[in-house]
Design a protein around this ligand. Structure first.
Ligand code: NAP
Ligand code: MG
Length: 401
């Protein structure tokens, strides 16, 4: 059978067990069927150290050029890793660097099968969390107050205009004080990334904050989202048959708990931090969570949400076969291939991505799965397999489909 041709995407290789899964997935399920056309960047820890991390920067720039990238999990250096790899310095997180270059937002979405039940039984469709990753309490200024005194909020215009000054509180005794900020340009980028992502997965977008209490701060988020929607996205949403709406955070939390899922939930920094861990845990295994970085101007980077799975890699280094779940990595690839296909009108590539995802889910539905899933699957008719036999079972289904 002729291999499917495609235009270029950016491929970023990574570290440890994720790197092992990466090449297995390519060898078993991609290269036999697709004329893989990638601009390859090796972002393994040692390669980043050798290149003074300029390969990470180059990969981020390449995503801007080709608009689609797929990334393997990489080690984020810490003191222990500096010693392990004898690094020149403690390089920053590649994901942070690439997010900075693309000005992107991360969207995490679970992959669902009927074999693994979410903790919330009504959630039959995925819930994607989009977290604004700038400002608020994460860039706050805080004081511990030890004595009576007046706390004030002062803004001094750079052009020498009259300062704004408000009393926050007259302290009679010890207490605490905090001030935080956000920027319109960051909120606008976040909003555009959310609208782009919702369009790309054709799901409703919710944005939640607490504008009834925070009449300037949260209200500003709400208004900017609404403006961007009205001016730039309303027509495209209508055409795609999806909706945008704003809901108060407490109301939204209650409604989503009772919902069947199937939406994208955009949240401010702190709310997103809390809800992304809550929602991903409720859906089950890290090996089934995908992650997509979307820039406001429509560049897409696909990844598995998990890391390099160091514990499994140590076993692999001892020559042992492991039952590590390759599904999130596989879906990062199918996500990237489908997006490439959509952007280029390459229908066979999109269909291949769909068929490969179907074959993967059918394999799990048939009871063949890796240990992370079988250990939380209550059914008796389940076979636990190692990674390679799992991929081969997927391949068999793909070829027989
Ligand atoms: P991790 O790699 O996500 O693994 C944590 C644990 O989760 C594993 O030990 C394993 O549990 C389970 N797990 C994760 N993915 C799995 C899969 N596909 N199949 C089966 N089980 C899976 O997190 P970590 O061990 O904390 O981090 C390891 C390295 O990854 C660190 O150096 C960190 O910097 C890096 N990291 C990178 C990224 C990224 O590039 N996006 C993200 C997070 C972490 P059991 O041990 O119980 O089997
Ligand atoms: Mg968190």
């Amino acid at each position: 059978m002729a291999k499917i041709p495609m235009n270029k995407i950016v491929e970023m290789d990574g570290d440890e067990m994720a790197r092992v899964l990466w090449s297995m997935v390519k060898q078993e399920l991609l290269e036999p069927y697709v004329e893989l056309n990638t601009e390859y960047y090796d972002l393994a820890m040692k390669a980043r150290d050798d290149a003074d991390d300029q390969n990470t920067v180059a990969a981020g720039e390449a995503i801007k050029k080709y608009h689609v990238g797929v990334k393997c999990a990489t080690i984020t250096a810490n003191r222990q890793r500096v010693e392990e790899f004898d690094l020149k310095k403690m390089w920053p997180s590649p994901n942070g660097t690439i997010r900075g270059i693309l000005d992107g937002t991360v969207f995490r979405t679970p992959i669902l099968t009927s074999r693994v039940k979410p903790y919330i039984p009504t959630w039959v469709k995925p819930i994607t969390i989009a977290r604004h990753a700038y400002g608020d309490v994460y860039q706050a200024v805080e004081y511990r107050i030890e004595e009576p005194g007046r706390a004030e909020l002062v803004f001094t215009p750079a052009n020498g205009g009259e300062p704004m000054r408000t009393t926050v509180y007259e302290f009679k005794g010890p207490g605490i004080l905090q001030s935080m900020h956000n920027r319109d340009d960051s909120i606008l980028s976040f909003a555009r990334s959310c609208f782009e992502f919702a369009l790309s997965v054709k799901r409703d977008l919710w944005f939640s904050a607490k504008d009834t209490i925070s009449k300037q701060y949260d209200q500003n988020f709400k208004l900017l989202f609404q403006n961007v929607y009205d001016e730039e996205y309303a027509a495209r949403f209508e055409e795609a048959g999806i909706q945008y709406f704003y809901a108060l955070i407490d109301d939204a939390a209650a409604r989503i708990l009772r919902s069947e899922g199937g939406l994208v939930w955009a949240l401010k920094n702190y709310d997103g931090d809390v809800m992304s861990d809550l929602v991903s845990t409720a859906f089950g295994s890290l090996g089934m969570m995908t992650s997509c970085l979307v820039s406001p101007d429509g560049n897409f980077e696909y990844e598995a949400a998990h890391g390099t799975i160091t514990r499994h890699y140590r076993l692999y280094q001892q020559g042992k076969s492991t039952s590590t779940n390759p599904v999130a990595i596989l879906f990062a690839w199918t996500g990237a291939l489908r997006k490439r296909g959509e952007l280029d009108g390459n229908a066979p590539l999109c269909e291949f991505a769909d068929r490969l995802e179907r074959a993967t889910l059918d394999t799990i539905e048939a009871g063949i799965m890796t240990r992370d899933l079988s250990s939380i699957c209550p059914d008796p008719d389940v076979t636990t397999v190692d990674t390679l036999p799992f991929l081969r079972a997927v391949r068999e289904r793909l070829e027989n489909a």
